[in-house]
Design a protein around this ligand. Structure first.
Ligand code: NAP
Ligand code: MG
Length: 475
């Protein structure tokens, strides 16, 4: 049992001032694997005060000190590798390989990238008539979801530390244990007292408390649009800056010269990885009408390469995070059938032989029209909508006909068409074919996918204010 009933405030593990606790469930076994305390507003106030007290000195640490701190964190993070992987598999249900190659690595990459980005980061620029100084924004409140327990926490914390901003973190109560390990890492490497504070608790108490707190200057949130809206409204009362990383309904545009097998596998990979619980996943695959039959068959064939089952047994697709998420995904699959889309793989109910655990059948709908609910709303499960198009203009129009704009993907060969499609999609991150990840590249959304950019130097900028000095004496 992992029972973590303390919060981390001002460099120490402290008792919660409340007595409420919450059980954490392993979604593969449905068993309770531990408990956390649900913090109170009093706990939050203490954490915010600790961060405020840390601000004058932490924000004035040198760039070199902060680079060293981030590098030390990355090293200690590596020392905790096995534990991080196991923990994410237990709390999220992510297969061990994905916990390692995706979750563990993303956390590591954000800390090392922040150190790298900081090396070239300029906090002062002299222009002809003025000097620009970038200064720490103040105290930051971080609210993170359950689908990437080390990625979203790490990118926010790494950027905040790079900028010298003390933070208060509230991770998701569904997957709180990875953040406990991160906290132990910060404690071990000697992050200054008060620069990092962890308060566990519910969204309605601690999350709400962060977004409305008068002593928090900036809130960085990742999660659902509905919560993002509440956070923005709350933050408005104290004119707090907010960064929101919300949902997506990203298109994968297959060009007519694409290798069908490779592209179909890439499409299925989007809904299989992390069981489709990925904000930037492609969940609408757009194929040329002429390719319809061949491509759909290739997608169904590709499914066999992504086995569903016990995350500890070498499978590729684990369970969803919770019963609630399972119910939501089931209702979307039902909705797709009601709307008249054609089911060519998957469907409702649990996969055969997987009665325990929140497993879902990877599901592919074809003949989807873009105005169907399954093509418009974020499902956050392994469900793909396949749509057809006749011209690239039409593919771009369908791609953009959603409220979201987080990511877009294009697969094919002709450079001019790849460029045209990449430019035409209104989204914050476009990936052409199987290009590898780049942690220095900005990440964030257009439209209702959010506000702001994380990762690399853009991530650091989020935690900074810009000051103009006219007549700065000397250089
Ligand atoms: P959520 O409710 O938005 O939760 C994200 C985080 O916000 C959690 O830490 C949550 O706390 C907290 N929160 C909840 N209510 C809050 C409030 N009023 N003020 C401040 N913080 C609050 O997301 P969810 O319920 O976990 O998932 C719902 C749907 O959101 C999913 O089905 C998916 O479509 C989408 N989602 C998107 C992303 C993404 O990466 N874009 C990530 C996760 C979910 P608790 O610990 O109490 O939940
Ligand atoms: Mg929630």
């Amino acid at each position: 049992m992992r029972n973590y009933l303390k919060h981390y405030i001002n460099g120490e593990w402290v008792e919660s001032t409340g007595s409420e606790t919450e059980e954490v469930i392993n979604p593969a076994t449905e068993e309770v694997i531990g408990k956390i305390s649900l913090g109170t507003k009093e706990d939050l106030d203490k954490a915010v005060q600790a961060a405020r007290d840390a601000f004058p000195s932490f924000s004035q640490t040198s760039k070199e000190e902060r680079i060293k701190m981030l590098e030390d964190i990355a090293k200690e993070y590596e020392n905790r590798k096995d534990e991080i992987i196991e923990t994410i598999t237990d709390e999220l249900g992510s297969p061990l390989k994905i916990s390692e190659k995706v979750h563990y690595m993303m956390g590591y990459n954000h800390f090392s990238q922040a150190a790298e980005s900081l090396k070239d980061f300029s906090f002062m620029e002299h222009h002809d008539g003025h000097t620009r100084v970038k200064e720490t924004i103040g105290v930051s409140g971080l609210i993170t979801p359950w689908n990437f327990p080390t990625n979203q926490t790490s990118t926010k914390i790494a950027s905040a530390f790079a900028a010298g901003s003390p933070v208060v973190l509230k991770p998701s109560e569904l997957t709180p244990f990875a953040a406990i390990i991160l906290t132990e890492i910060f404690d071990k490497v000697g992050v200054p007292k008060g620069a990092f504070n962890l308060v566990n608790g519910s969204g309605s108490v601690i999350g709400d408390g962060i977004s409305s707190h008068p002593d928090i200057d900036f809130v960085s949130f990742t999660g659902s649009g509905a919560t993002g809206e509440k956070i923005m409204k709350n933050a408005a009362e104290t004119i707090k800056r907010v960064a929101l990383e919300l949902g997506g309904k990203s298109p994968l545009v297959i060009l007519d010269d694409a290798n069908v097998e490779e592209a179909a596998k890439a499409a299925v990979n989007h809904i299989a990885t992390n069981s489709g619980q990925v904000c930037s996943a492609a969940t609408r695959t757009l194929i040329p009408s002429s390719m319809k039959e061949e491509f759909e068959k290739a997608m169904v064939d590709a499914l066999s390469e992504f086995p569903v089952g016990d995350p500890r047994e070498g499978n590729y697709v684990g369970p969803l995070v919770s019963k609630k998420q399972w119910d939501t995904v089931q209702s979307y699959i039902e909705k797709g059938m009601d709307e008249g889309a054609t089911l060519i793989a998957g469907g409702t109910g649990k996969p055969e032989g997987l009665d325990t655990g929140y497993y879902v059948k990877p599901t592919i709908f074809t003949d989807v029209k873009n105005d169907m609910v399954i093509a418009q709303e974020e499902i956050f499960g392994p469900v793909m909508s396949v749509l057809t198009y006749d011209t690239i203009e039409e593919a771009i129009e369908i791609s953009n006909d959603v409220v979201y704009g987080l990511a877009g993907y294009v697969y094919g060969k002709d450079p001019e068409t790849l460029r045209r499609t990449a430019s035409g999609i209104r989204a914050g991150r476009i990936k052409v074919n199987d290009t590898k990840a780049d942690f220095s590249a900005p990440f964030g959304g257009y439209k209702q996918s959010g506000i702001g950019r994380e990762w690399g130097d853009y991530g650091i900028d989020e935690y900074l204010e810009v000051k103009t000095i006219l007549g700065y004496p000397g250089k």
